[in-house]
Design a protein around this ligand. Structure first.
Ligand code: ASP
Length: 338
């Protein structure tokens, strides 16, 4: 082998070792010990709402053992998806006005690969179906019967998602609301019950890679076939591994109109901190239609490539959960309206 070829081979081996997180020569060869030892990042996961805490705990199990952010966000959001008492996600989710529980979800990794589905029925773990769309099909998004068919053909179990509690509440709603579709009925449910929420989660692993997941049963008592922001890449979730990741919750129609999560990431690319970027996105909704903005809730959550995080909402009450090595905490997001 010529000297040049030996050098090229040596360089490639060294680079490969560094990329794999190893420094082959650090102990044995003082000349080559100058090669940089890769820095390990502090993993972190953040999620929407108080119930993000349990979801974060699931994600943390993956992150703390050096797992991939993509695996962490999937494992994390599967926890509220499987919880029958969580009436805004997966099993037990509130149905549409026809009494059908339809799920929206999407997932995105550090290579900008993404998978999504909308109006999925009978399958608890929408997020895993979304991941399968990403990994096993040439497509990004499947909807309705096609999404359900894809899930069932690929081994997901057919289950009844409408729990007795959600069914009872829906029948009560039918009595007074006479089957009328409304855009935002969050504040109209008896007893102050909120009719929508979503688990949106973004995480960074110890290789500094970002991923995100977003899953919901959407707005309660929506028209059958209605799709919110949560499964729309760029609206409900966006990940750019060079810049950061963002996700949203609230009235999806408002988020779609400004392609909210993509906007937050682009604002971070321009140099804004996560909270400032979320605030600007929320203010975009206000500028677009101030009267409407006063009556609805939207919240954004963001994580930057440097591990900083922040959130902002239209209304008071949007909380988010953070889990890292040194912290496990629920924060109240700042908001536009009192
Ligand atoms: N964004 C969801 C939707 O519009 C609902 C929510 O997060 O509250 O379907």
């Amino acid at each position: 082998m010529s000297d040049r070829r030996k050098f090229v081979k040596f360089s490639l081996l060294s680079s490969a070792a560094i990329l794999a997180g190893k420094n082959l020569f650090a102990k044995t060869n003082t000349t080559i010990a100058l090669l940089p030892v890769p820095v390990k990042n502090e993993p972190i996961v953040i999620s929407t709402w108080d119930f993000g805490k349990e979801a974060n705990a699931g994600a943390w199990e993956v992150l703390k053992r050096g797992g991939r952010a993509l695996d962490a966000v999937e494992a994390g959001v599967k926890i509220p998806e499987a919880d029958p008492d969580n009436q805004s996600v997966g099993l037990g989710g509130r149905p549409d006005r026809d009494g059908r529980v339809t799920l929206d979800a999407c997932i995105m990794d550090e290579n900008s690969k993404c998978g999504s589905l909308a109006c999925l029925e009978h399958v608890v773990h929408a997020i895993s179906v979304a991941r399968m769309v990403m990994e096993k099909t040439p497509h990004v998004m499947l909807v309705g019967d096609g999404a359900t068919q894809f899930a069932l053909e690929n081994g997901f179990k057919k289950e009844k998602l409408l729990t007795p509690k959600s069914e009872r509440e829906w029948k009560e709603w039918l009595k007074t609301n006479k089957y009328a579709p409304k855009n935002n009925i969050e504040n109209e449910l008896p007893g102050g019950i909120k009719n929508h929420d979503t688990i949106g989660m973004v995480a960074m692993d110890n290789n500094g890679n970002l991923s995100g997941a977003c899953t919901t049963s959407g707005m309660a008592y929506k028209m059958h076939g209605r799709v919110g922001d949560s499964p729309i890449i760029g609206a409900g979730l966006y990940v750019d591994n060079e810049v950061g990741a963002a996700t949203s919750t609230g009235v999806g129609e408002e988020v779609i109109r400004i392609v909210g999560s993509h906007l937050v990431v682009e604002l971070m690319r321009q140099g804004m901190e996560p909270e400032e970027a979320c605030k600007k996105a929320v203010e975009r909704i206000v500028t677009r239609n101030p009267e409407q903005a006063k009556t609805v809730q939207v919240g954004f959550l963001a994580l930057s490539k440097s591990g900083k995080f922040g959130a902002y909402a239209l209304q008071k009450g949007f909380t988010y959960a953070v889990r890292s090595g040194g912290e496990e905490k629920i924060y109240d997001a700042k908001h536009v309206y009192p």
